[in-house]
Write a protein of this length. Structure first.
Length: 384
């Protein structure tokens, strides 16, 4: 089934004082005859409704002009407005005005409605299975609600982006940090937008008709210029990548539940380091994990200097004041990074083979690190 994720893109209607001005260029609401409309006529109608109606108003179009059993509306309203397929909303209004949709468009409408009804029924059945006692929401329920709220706010930013000629200064990573979005919620946000990202990637690659079932993909985005499609792809890609980066940051900064021995706490009590750097989207690990480990990766943000320390023996590292102890000076290196944004993710996510070859692949001159750690240093990773 050719179902486009454009349904999630709700454009906010401009103020009523400007609508008449817009109609001079977009025309008034499409009208229909007794003849079956052509594909181009249907596309123009989609573009008209997409321009004038935001997410909430599109859902209202569907409910006010619902062509099937009206009892189904009550069930559909159990879903959030942004779940309503935009194309279905437009088609409902068009049919109410006398449009005789082609058989394939009508089939698409009914299939989308059935999917929404099935999803709404699942929610209804889950509520019936719960006990009628006034129980407090579970932790998972609260997390799901949080995720839904976050996605709703991100949808508003996407609306602003599309209304502002596909331009925005929205910084997803800063927004996640300011709202203290946790690891699980960040991963859920990234996963939510991955499907849209894949669709847009297919669209900008020019292969929109190569995948079975995506016949309506190009049609759904026909109102956008090629440059706008590329900017839309970059914007959504930033949402997904920043959400994933924030999840990784939350994972590394999460406090350990086990109480560390007093000797370890004493060793790191005077250690100075940078807890987080927004520019490179990195955060320091818990410094207590340095004690006893065999390898430590440190990045000096000020001098763009990457250091790898290897322990002298099986006892691993220790810390005295602000200096790392127990590292092998003949097997520890420091190199300047020309492209930190490319190299740092390899340090954070690479396996042993990647780490073993990483410093050798850098073309800058190697120097011997002195073991000192200061407030400009991010503690990237340890290997036990």
């Amino acid at each position: 089934m050719g179902k486009s994720l454009l349904a999630l893109r709700g454009k906010k209607r401009k103020p009523s004082t400007a609508k008449s001005f817009d109609e001079k260029y977009m025309g008034s609401e499409p009208e229909w005859t007794d003849e079956v409309p052509t594909g181009s006529e249907i596309r123009r109608a989609y573009n008209w409704y997409n321009y004038f109606y935001n997410t909430k108003e599109k859902a209202k179009l569907l409910f006010d002009n619902y062509p099937r059993d009206k009892k189904e509306i009550r069930l559909l309203k159990k879903l959030p407005d942004w779940k309503m397929n935009s194309t279905c909303c437009y088609q409902a209004r068009m049919m109410a005005l006398g449009c005789k949709l082609p058989a394939e468009n009508l089939d698409y409408f009914n299939e989308c409605i059935e999917e929404l009804l099935n999803e709404a029924k699942q929610i209804q059945d889950e509520k019936k299975e719960t006990k009628p006692t006034a129980e407090k929401p579970s932790v998972q329920d609260r997390i799901k609600e949080q995720i839904s709220d976050y996605i709703g706010e991100i949808e508003e930013e996407i609306d602003r982006f599309t209304l502002n000629k596909y331009k925005s200064d929205f910084d997803m990573y800063k927004w996640l940090r300011q709202n203290n979005v946790k690891q699980q919620q960040s991963n859920a946000i990234a996963n939510h937008y991955k499907a849209l990202l894949s669709e847009l990637e297919l669209l900008v690659s020019g292969n929109a008709y190569d995948v079975e079932g995506d016949k309506q993909l190009e049609e759904g985005y026909s109102h956008m210029k090629k440059s706008e499609k590329k900017r839309f792809f970059d914007f959504v890609n930033g949402i997904v990548s920043d959400a994933a980066a924030n999840a990784q940051t939350q994972k590394t900064t999460r406090k350990t539940r086990t109480k560390k021995p007093a000797s370890v706490e004493k060793q790191i009590s005077r250690l100075q380091f940078m807890s987080e750097n927004v520019e490179y989207k990195i955060a320091s690990i818990n410094p207590s994990s340095i004690i006893g480990s065999n390898q430590l990766w440190v990045y000096n943000v000020k001098y763009k200097n990457l250091r790898v320390y290897n322990a002298m023996g099986p006892a691993g590292f220790s810390v005295k004041g602000t200096t790392l102890q127990g590292f092998d000076p003949d097997n520890s290196y420091a190199k300047a990074l020309r492209k930190p944004h490319d190299v740092l993710p390899q340090v954070l996510n690479g396996g042993k083979r990647v780490l073993n070859n990483l410093m050798g692949n850098l073309t800058t001159k190697a120097t011997e690190p002195n073991g000192r750690i200061n407030k400009d240093c991010i503690l990237l990773r340890v290997i036990k």
